[in-house]
Design a protein around this ligand. Structure first.
Ligand code: WT7
Length: 656
């Protein structure tokens, strides 16, 4: 097997920042030089610029026992104080922290002063239930302000939150509660999704009942319930408390205590496609520093005038870092929206951008492609002129979607930042700097100042410009995970074993360096195909498929093949306007040819299946493993982590 990942696609467009944008930009090219000259001094400066320390640190990094890093470790801070009180003390109490809109259209507008008071009350309420430093609190809420308030109240007490995405089942919730040993769960009766109330409390009841098969006594003493959906709920009067009974009754006085920089802040279980959930552990000081630094520089945040909107749910790391901690540490004004993009109508998101004057918009390629599928006439009905910066995260963004995003949402002028990072990295690692970088459609481009990345072959040698291989992080970074909760061995094995000799972190992603040294992410290495001895990335072939005018979305897998080892098999969603006029067979033939022409015969799919949906995790990632099962004619494997478990039976039927 060849050690490198071959690369086939070439994209040469480039978009330098406009002089007007560059003139007012937060980030400057000097940052790269400063970080290069003295990386630790650079991070020390960022830590002092972005965070208020109750006790200043004297040491930036302790890397004496790798892979266990300590950042700013003799410093002390309170994370919630940094996100709240200090802004009020600085006279910004009347600034709106959160514009919230519910799916049915109800609104809340919360200033920094109000948010601070609410968090203080919630912290007092939790302290009254015995929550203190190091205790774990599970948060299982819809996208309502109480989600942010709960996270900050837990942080304020030096306790540890574990947010569990509201779309997860009772079983998933229970396994996360058990693994973390949570004492309190904060939930809601229900929340609005797709025009209906989707209940949450019943899942908590089920998770905590003895009937869920785990057999083990649970650790939960209290369940706090926010009234949101208005749906009927069962009540355990020994255990359950209504938020509206206990929070308003708690005192609004609460002094933020200082905790060591390495005090744990949260556990977040990764979406891992199989096996036992992996509790990624993050701590306070380093995480907050990188969250605030990246939020300010990558999104070019001008907190006095911008309205920031990150569409991620609070249950994912993107919601942690770019809904709660980054924006609030920077005193930003942001929009938070409860519902789904297409409810009650297909233009809902664009309507919200128009209504709130959103200037910085951060979303995922899967959402962008869904909008491409329904057509540009929908966003074009709204005034999106407030937008001045666009961001993308979660998957490689193919050039076609990037160009659409720029043209249709960004009026052909807003810079796009394609941000690469992971739950494990805690904050953005690779991204253009707006106002500095000339952007390339489809490339995340450059490690941020202070971050060191390389691309290696299987043997651990740098592949160099023009080649593809495995993405590694070569130096520790402030927001890095500090471990896997309760499992230090798993932490070492998963991330540090592959390149143990060099002491590098292996991210699990493939990437290529172009001739300028810019990074192009190629997808998870587990998904790389081997066709006649060539290692091909899913991302590039998918990109070529989506570049065809008929295609809305594509997923590619390698299926075993007698002649070529593996063969390329594509699953494709066709745009609505094309389906009516073309036969599936005709389209499949066209697309096979197209890929052959675009990137070469080696990548031409053996089979192209036209499907209505693709199997995705709840965070929108395509589960190629399941498509491989279909392509190889096997029984489809474990589908429990799918957002919609019915999708696979439809696809299997279509393929047959
Ligand atoms: C994986 C991490 C980071 C927050 C959301 C996902 C993929 C993420 C990009 C990007 C190409 C990307 C990687 C990574 N990914 N951003 N800009 N370009 N791929 O967090 O669930 O921990 O997933 O998402 O494969 O390893 P996550």
């Amino acid at each position: 097997m060849s050690a490198q990942i071959d690369h086939l696609l070439s994209e040469t467009r480039q978009f330098p920042p406009s002089p007007e944008f560059a003139a007012q930009a937060v980030a400057t090219a000097e940052l790269y030089g400063q970080a290069k000259a003295d990386r630790e001094a650079f991070w020390g400066d960022q830590a002092r610029n972005h965070v208020t320390w109750h006790k200043p640190f004297t040491r930036v990094l302790d890397w004496s026992t790798p892979p266990f890093a300590k950042w700013f470790d003799d410093g002390e801070l309170n994370v919630a104080y940094n996100c709240l009180d200090r802004h009020v003390e600085n006279g910004l109490g009347d600034r709106v922290a959160i514009y919230w809109e519910g799916e049915p259209g109800d609104e809340r507008r919360i200033t920094y002063a109000e948010l601070t008071e609410e968090v203080k009350r919630t912290a007092n309420m939790l302290a009254g239930l015995g929550i203190g430093q190091g205790d774990r609190v599970a948060i299982y809420l819809p996208m309502i302000p109480e989600a942010v308030i709960s996270m900050l109240a837990v942080a304020r007490l030096g306790a540890i939150h574990s947010v569990v995405f509201g779309g997860f089942s009772a079983d998933s919730l229970r396994s996360r509660i058990d693994d973390a040993g949570a004492k309190v769960v904060i939930t809601a009766d229900g929340g609005y999704r797709k025009g209906r109330v989707s209940p949450l409390k019943p899942a908590v009841d089920l998770a905590l009942s003895d009937h869920n098969g785990s057999g083990q006594q649970n650790t939960v003493e209290h369940v706090i319930v926010v009234r949101r959906g208005g749906n009927d709920v069962e009540w355990n009067s020994e255990r359950d408390l209504w938020w509206h009974d206990v929070v308003p009754a708690a005192s609004a006085e609460h002094e933020a205590e200082a905790f060591p920089a390495e005090n744990p802040l949260f556990i977040l279980y990764t979406s891992g496609t199989t096996g036992k959930p992996k509790g990624i552990l993050h701590t306070s000081g380093g995480y907050l520093v990188q969250a605030a630094y990246t939020h300010r520089n990558v999104f070019d945040l001008h907190p006095e005038s911008d309205v920031f909107w990150c569409t991620a749910d609070i249950g994912w790391v993107t919601g942690h870092t770019y809904v709660t901690y980054g924006p609030l540490a920077n005193g930003a004004t942001q929009l938070m929206y409860e519902g789904t993009p297409e409810t009650p109508h297909a233009g809902r998101w664009w309507e919200l951008i128009q209504k709130y004057g959103v200037s910085i918009f951060y979303t995922a390629p899967t959402a962008i492609r869904a909008f491409m599928k329904t057509g540009r006439h929908i966003p074009q009905q709204y005034d999106l002129s407030s937008i001045r910066l666009l961001g993308s995260v979660g998957e490689p963004i193919n050039p076609e979607a990037w160009m659409w995003y720029r043209d249709v949402i960004g009026a052909d002028k807003a810079p796009i930042v394609d941000t690469w990072w992971q739950t494990e990295t805690g904050a953005i690692m690779v991204s253009p700097l707006p106002g500095v970088t000339a952007t390339k459609p489809g490339s995340a481009q450059t490690p941020l100042p202070g971050i060191s990345i390389d691309v290696l072959d299987e043997a651990g040698a740098a592949v160099g410009n023009g080649n593809g291989g495995l993405l590694v992080i070569t130096e520790p970074w402030p927001a890095m995970l500090r471990g896997v909760w309760g499992d230090p061995e798993r932490f070492k094995e998963t991330y540090w074993e592959k390149f143990a000799q060099q002491g590098y972190y292996f991210a699990g992603d493939g990437a290529r360096l172009d001739h300028d040294g810019d990074l192009w992410l190629l997808g998870r290495v587990d998904d790389v195909m081997n066709v006649s001895g060539h290692r091909l990335s899913t991302a590039e072939i998918e990109s070529a498929l989506v570049a065809h005018e008929s295609t809305a979305e594509a997923a590619v897998v390698g299926a075993s093949d007698e002649t070529t080892g593996q063969a390329v098999v594509a699953f494709v969603i066709i745009k609505e306007s094309y389906l009516a006029e073309h036969s599936p067979e005709g389209l499949a033939t066209q697309l096979r040819q197209w890929v052959g022409e675009q990137i070469g015969p080696i990548a031409r799919p053996r089979d192209v299946y036209i499907v209505g949906e693709l199997p995705k995790t709840r965070s929108g990632k395509i589960m190629r493993r399941l498509l491989r099962d279909v392509a190889e004619g096997r029984e489809v494997g474990d589908t429990t982590t799918l957002a919609d478990t019915a999708v696979m039976s439809v696809i299997s039927a279509q393929v047959k």
